[in-house]
Design a protein. Structure first.
Length: 339
């Protein structure tokens, strides 16, 4: 077995199970270290017992590399694969099987941890037909948001990746900040070149209800917006702690989403679970479409869609109202209505 593939797959399973980031990064760094070595050097380092002298390779990753070079599945990987056969969520099987893609993901171009190519490979492994690459916009400097120039460069990379794909499409996208005045944090020209625009609020989350409502309505009414991302901004668990929901007139916001053809995101990240159940029900009653998205920042997190599918199924969201269950042709037709 190829050692790099073994290390990358281990990272995938660890990300999927929400293992501590230091553990995931240990295997990512080991894979990068092996990539930098001349192919003929690796067996010699193992034979002489000097493999752990390479920066980024520890005892566990050295064991994985050694066993992979023996042309067998490393023990650690075999154990992770066995544990990975268990579903992440306890329900939502019908919707999970119906999901075809994901409209919210991040790469190492902004605050994700992996190259675009790794995200695509993981999406294909999971059986996705499409994935939207939605790195952050310039205002979110803490997340290395993309300037016009960097986004332009990324679009070329996406086109190159799609040229080599068969039966899979990487959609050009962005998670764009809804700024305080309700405008979107990228030029209209660049937004018009994208397939998918996820509009989200990331700052001043404790603003008063009237201010936040006006801000969100501004983002929703922008003709480029396709999806309203994690609408309350809440955090319910995880290493970042908890954060309460933003206050806004949800009835008015969802009414506008329905009228403007903007899908309400069901964000599948375990720490977000956003929107909460009562707001999903309100959006459903308001006639909204939905997009079940992973908001993945690493390849293994793409499987978080299971959590969103479970919640949507329990709350009775019909499959036909979930755009990420639609075939690519139907999805792109809907997306093009906003162009």
């Amino acid at each position: 077995m190829d050692p790099i593939e073994a290390l990358d797959e281990i990272s995938f399973w660890l990300e999927r199970s929400q293992a501590p980031s230091f553990k995931v990064q240990a295997f990512r760094k080991a894979a990068d270290a092996v990539r930098r070595l001349p192919p003929e050097e690796l067996p010699a380092l193992i034979r002489t017992g000097r493999i752990t002298s390479i920066k980024g390779i520890g005892n566990r990753s050295a064991e994985v590399i050694t066993q992979a070079l023996e042309d067998r599945v490393p023990d650690y990987l075999a154990d992770l694969r066995e544990r990975g056969t268990e579903a992440l969520a306890s329900g939502g099987d019908t919707l999970r099987a119906a999901l075809r893609g994901d409209l919210h993901s991040h790469s190492n171009w902004s605050d994700g941890g992996s190259p675009i190519e790794s995200m695509v490979a993981a999406a294909r492994t999971l059986g996705r037909e499409y994935l939207a690459l939605t790195d952050h916009s310039p205002n979110l400097t803490i997340a290395n948001g993309l300037s016009v120039e960097r986004l332009e460069e990324q679009l070329g990379v996406v086109e190159g990746i799609n040229a080599s794909q068969d039966g899979f499409r990487l959609l050009k996208g962005i998670e764009v900040d809804i700024l305080e005045d309700g405008t979107l944090d990228q030029t209209p020209h660049m937004l018009g070149r994208l397939d998918v625009v996820v509009a989200s609020v990331h700052s001043k989350l404790r603003a008063d209800k009237k201010t936040m409502t006006a801000r969100m309505l501004g983002g929703i009414s922008d003709p480029h917006t396709n999806v309203l991302g994690h609408c309350t901004g809440r955090l319910v668990q995880g290493s970042r702690g908890t954060r309460p929901e933003s206050e806004f007139d949800a009835a008015k916001v969802f009414k506008e989403c329905a009228e403007w053809g903007v899908a309400v995101e069901i964000n599948s990240r375990p720490e977000r679970q956003d929107p909460p159940d009562n707001l999903i029900k309100l959006a459903l009653d308001s006639g909204c479409l939905f997009s079940i998205d992973s908001d993945a920042h690493a390849p293994g997190q793409l499987d978080f869609l299971q959590y969103g599918a479970e919640r949507a199924e329990v709350l009775g969201v019909p499959k036909e109202r979930i755009v990420t269950t639609w075939p690519l042709e139907q999805l792109t037709e809907w997306l093009s209505l906003k162009k």
